[in-house]
Design a protein around this ligand. Structure first.
Ligand SMILES: C[S@@+](CC[C@H](N)C(=O)[O-])C[C@H]1O[C@@H](n2cnc3c(N)ncnc32)[C@H](O)[C@@H]1O
Length: 297
């Protein structure tokens, strides 16, 4: 895990000052639709203390300043925390610190930290967590909340692979859908490889292009950047002791992304129309990301 965390820190270390501009500004490839969803949920919740886990350059926190919450945040990457403190100037800088979601005590590193929080957000972090730690992370978040506390956790949608018809689809068939061990036991390894190769021929396995780092650091697709199954994540929430667990989809795609150029400049407009209903069942396949939200019991 140490090596994996080091890779993640390396990847994000050069991103502190530009990350917000890349993903949240008017220059970003797609509007940050999740921000409005999150703001709506937080506004509907009673105030108190809010912790943003993996806060990055305060991409979220800067938009929470007008809410009824006292704000806290931590992140694995020191450069991100430095940028966060800059952006959140005016608030006590010790409310923002370096820490990992894997370490329970890292949730309470500020001298101003409360005993428990009333709300927490965790956006863009889960992709970097190895599968075996998923339940521990959800439990850590649950345990850091007061009863009635609200958790909003973002993940990349694994089921989107059934819509993209590219390398993700091939991987999903091979590693999640096909009964691999049964096929291998009945027909042998070579037959399994042949089946996968025939399935892969149905897909554009050369897409999407691998995202590289800006300089020598690893890029987003070169570090662990997993997707999650929304059904399984919901189960983790329930097992950890959350109630009223819901899945809200966002970043809908009007067509498989490889057809983006066919729709031209209308692509985003048509996709945005689907964002109106984050509970649309089509989100399971057509949305590349989702929020799982729950109330700590
Ligand atoms: C995709 S960025 C998202 C930043 C911000 N939450 C946002 O929504 O813009 C992911 C962030 O998660 C942080 N991160 C990755 N693994 C983490 C961990 N184990 N604990 C805390 N933060 C982590 C990275 O350093 C990075 O800043």
């Amino acid at each position: 895990m140490k090596k994996s965390e080091e890779n993640i820190r390396n990847c994000y270390s050069t991103w502190g000052e530009t990350y917000y501009n890349d993903y949240y500004s008017d220059n970003s490839a797609y509007p940050p639709v999740h921000l409005d969803l999150i703001l709506k949920k937080l506004t509907g919740h009673k105030g108190g203390n809010l912790l943003d886990i993996g806060c990055g350059p305060a991409s979220m926190l800067r938009h929470f300043k007008d809410l009824e919450f006292q704000l806290f945040g931590f992140d694995l990457t020191p450069e991100m925390v430095a940028e966060c403190k800059k952006v959140m100037s005016g608030l006590d800088p010790s409310n923002f610190w370096v820490g990992s979601v894997l370490n329970k005590s890292d949730f309470f590193r500020s001298p101003n930290s409360p005993e428990k929080y009333d709300a927490s957000t965790c956006i863009g972090v889960l992709p970097h967590i190895p599968e075996k730690f998923d339940s521990m992370v959800i439990r850590n978040i649950k345990d850091s909340l007061n009863p009635g506390g609200l958790a909003i956790i973002e993940a990349r949608n694994e089921l989107f692979a059934l819509f993209t018809m590219n390398r993700y689809s091939g991987d999903f068939f091979e590693n999640k859908l096909l009964p691999k061990s049964h096929i291998k036991a009945e027909l042998g390894d070579e037959k399994f490889t042949e089946i996968c190769s025939k399935i892969n021929k149905q897909f554009r396995m050369d897409l999407p292009k691998i995202r590289k780092g800006k300089a020598n650091e690893p890029g987003y697709d070169e570090i662990l950047s997993r997707t999650h199954n929304p059904f399984e994540l919901k189960e983790h929430f329930v097992k950890a002791g959350f109630r009223e667990v819901k899945t809200l989809f966002y970043h809908f795609h009007a067509t498989p992304p490889m057809l983006k150029e066919t729709l031209g400049e209308k692509y985003n407009k048509i996709s945005m129309a689907l964002e109106k209903n984050p509970e649309d069942w089509r989100g399971y396949f057509m949305a590349s990301a989702f929020l799982t939200i729950g109330i700590a019991a």
